[in-house]
Design a protein around this ligand. Structure first.
Ligand SMILES: Cc1cc2nc3c(=O)[nH]c(=O)nc-3n(C[C@H](O)[C@H](O)[C@H](O)COP(=O)(O)O)c2cc1C
Length: 212
């Protein structure tokens, strides 16, 4: 399966990048084809008013690498791993811009919107967050945002790993072993059980069998 790992911190050798590398290694170990991209290389502009910004042929008027990233790497991927630092209790602005700008490419005005709309659903998504504060509430809002984003896009949020660290590489010393957890998330991207029951969903009483 194809896995796209997106690094969303401006610090290329920072904590979320370490988590991303660990998840990528885990996914490779499980036999998947992994592509790692740094959002700084692709996303320069923020979303503008599409009506006035769009070119005459309907394509996005922001001249950076986002469209190539979207069409060549993101749409074809079977799973996404999003690695972000926690900034003001949210995702990095670069990642938020990447999410916002999906709007332009999903709208009817964009000539390739059919490909984008068909390619977004069904992906497995893993989230990696590096942050200074270990207080659980610090990442709650962001985790909820990813849950809603993936629900809206009909994707499966497979797991979230939070690594505590501040200075470069700090996350390696987190006794909770987030690098191990990120590797495990990468390894199990397509095997991890994701359920979302309603009261009448047919199911067995036992969740696991000995085969699991
Ligand atoms: C602009 C900015 C905002 C931040 N906001 C928070 C925050 O709200 N909560 C927190 O725990 N850490 C916060 N931090 C600390 C980073 O999340 C932390 O240093 C993280 O390890 C950085 O990841 P990186 O090395 O991948 O960039 C912030 C850092 C910056 C630069």
């Amino acid at each position: 399966m194809r896995v796209l790992v997106l690094k969303a911190s401006p610090r290329r050798d920072g904590n979320s990048a370490l988590l991303a590398d660990a998840a990528a290694a885990g996914a490779r170990e499980a036999g998947h084809e992994v592509t790692v991209r740094h959002l700084d290389d692709a996303v320069e502009g923020m979303l503008r008013d599409c009506r006035t910004c769009r070119r005459a042929d309907g394509s996005c008027g922001i001249d950076d690498g986002y469209e190539r990233l979207l069409l060549d790497d993101l749409v074809p991927a079977d799973a996404l791993v999003l690695a972000t630092p926690l900034y003001w209790y949210g995702m990095s602005a670069r990642l938020k811009s990447a999410v916002d700008r999906l709007f332009c490419f999903m709208s009817e005005g964009y000539p390739g919107s059919g490909t984008v709309l068909a390619g977004l659903p069904g992906k497995r998504v893993g989230v990696l967050i590096a942050c200074e504060e270990s207080y659980r509430g610090a990442t709650l809002g962001l985790q909820a945002q990813f849950q809603e984003l993936t629900r809206y896009l009909r994707q499966d949020l497979v797991g979230v790993v939070v690594g505590i660290g501040n200075s470069r590489g700090d996350v390696r010393l987190d006794p909770g072993n987030p690098l191990g957890a990120a590797a495990d998330l990468g390894r199990r991207l397509f095997d991890a059980r994701v359920t979302d029951y309603r009261f009448d969903t047919p199911r067995d009483n036992a969740v696991w069998s000995s085969a699991d």
